[in-house]
Design a protein around this ligand. Structure first.
Ligand SMILES: [Mg+2]
Length: 290
C-alpha cells in the first residue's frame, strides 16, 4: 500500500467518523463566544509557571527595596504634597490581582459566556474563596515586620456608603484564612464607596492615608493603583514626562503585578464588555506594531 493510498484511506475513516458523530461526540461542547477573548489570559495566569514566578519575583523585589524606600525621603504617591512630621510609614497595596487571585471568577465568565455583571462579582466576593497571589502573603508579613510601618489594603471592591459593608467583611474573612496580616482590622481596608469624595482611581484614599503616614511604596496591577485616572490615560499614551517619572519610581517605590485578564488598559479599548469577543479586531492593535 502506498503512503498516499494509506493517507487517503485514513482520510475516508476520519470523514466517516465525523459524519457518524464519532469525532464531535468526543469533543466538549463549544464555548459560548461572549467571553472567549478571556480564555488565553485566564489560562496564562492559572497555568503558566512564568506568571507564578513573575508574581513572586515582583514581591521579592518589593521586599528587597523596602529598607531603602523607608530610609530615603519622599513619597510614592503624587497625592502626598506634604509629609506629616514624625509620621509612620505606609505601604499601600491593591487587592484584586495584586494580593488576591480572582481568576476562578474570570474562568467562570469564559465557561458561561456571561457578560460581567456586578451582582455576579458580589456573589464571588461573598464566597470568600479567592486565593493569594504567589508571594503576596509573605510580602505583607514582611511589611508589617518592619518597624513603624503599616500596610493598607486599598481596593475597588465596593461598599454602599459608610457603615456595615458586606464586601469588606467577606474580604477580611477570606484574607484572614489566607494568613494576611491586619486582616481583622477594618481600618486597614479602604474600599470604594465608603466616603462620598472617593473616585474609582483611589486618589482620595491615597490622600487620606497620606495625611497621617508617609506613603513609601505602592503595589498594584493597574496604573490607577499608582496615579489618577487622567495620568494613567497619559501613561497609556506614553506621555514622556509621566513615563520618566514612572520609570524613576518603578522597581524602587512602585511595584506592578501583571494582569492580562482585565484592567483600565482594557477599558481604554472602548469596547462594550458584553460584546468584546465580537468587537475586538486586529484594528485594535497599535498601528505601528500591527
Ligand atoms: Mg487590582
Amino acid at each position: 500500500m502506498t503512503f498516499s493510498l494509506r493517507r487517503s484511506r485514513a482520510c475516508v475513516f476520519v470523514l466517516a467518523l465525523a459524519a457518524s458523530g464519532g469525532v464531535s461526540a468526543r469533543r466538549p461542547p463549544a464555548l459560548p463566544a461572549g467571553q472567549l477573548h478571556q480564555l488565553n489570559s485566564v489560562l496564562w495566569m492559572q497555568r503558566s509557571p512564568e506568571y507564578a514566578l513573575l508574581a513572586r519575583s515582583v514581591f521579592a523585589s518589593a521586599q528587597a527595596a523596602l529598607p531603602a524606600a523607608l530610609a530615603q525621603p519622599g513619597s510614592a504617591a503624587a497625592e502626598q504634597s506634604s509629609l506629616p512630621p514624625g509620621a509612620g510609614a505606609a505601604v499601600i497595596v491593591d487587592l484584586d490581582e495584586t494580593m488576591l487571585d480572582n481568576s476562578p471568577f474570570q474562568a467562570w465568565l469564559v465557561r458561561s459566556g456571561a457578560a460581567y455583571r456586578p451582582q455576579d462579582w458580589d456573589a464571588w466576593v461573598a464566597r470568600k474563596s479567592a486565593q493569594a497571589i504567589p508571594g503576596a502573603v509573605e510580602f505583607a508579613k514582611a511589611v508589617t515586620a518592619m518597624p513603624n510601618t503599616t500596610i493598607f489594603y486599598v481596593s475597588n471592591r465596593e461598599c454602599k456608603g459608610p457603615g456595615a459593608c458586606a464586601a469588606k467583611q467577606a474580604t477580611m474573612e477570606n484574607m484572614r484564612t489566607l494568613g494576611f496580616p491586619r486582616a481583622d482590622e477594618e481600618g486597614a481596608f479602604l474600599f470604594k464607596g465608603e466616603e462620598a469624595d472617593e473616585r474609582g482611581d483611589k486618589v482620595a484614599r491615597r490622600a487620606r492615608i497620606g495625611r497621617a503616614y508617609r506613603i513609601v511604596m505602592l503595589v498594584g496591577d493597574d496604573m490607577r493603583d499608582f496615579v489618577a485616572k487622567e495620568d494613567a490615560d497619559l501613561l497609556a499614551r506614553r506621555d514622556p514626562a509621566l513615563m520618566a517619572r514612572a520609570a524613576d519610581l518603578v522597581g524602587r517605590r512602585w511595584f506592578i503585578l501583571p494582569n492580562a485578564m482585565y484592567g483600565s488598559w482594557v477599558d481604554r479599548l472602548g469596547k462594550t464588555p458584553a460584546a468584546m469577543a465580537e468587537q475586538l479586531t486586529p484594528a485594535d492593535l497599535p498601528a505601528r506594531r500591527r
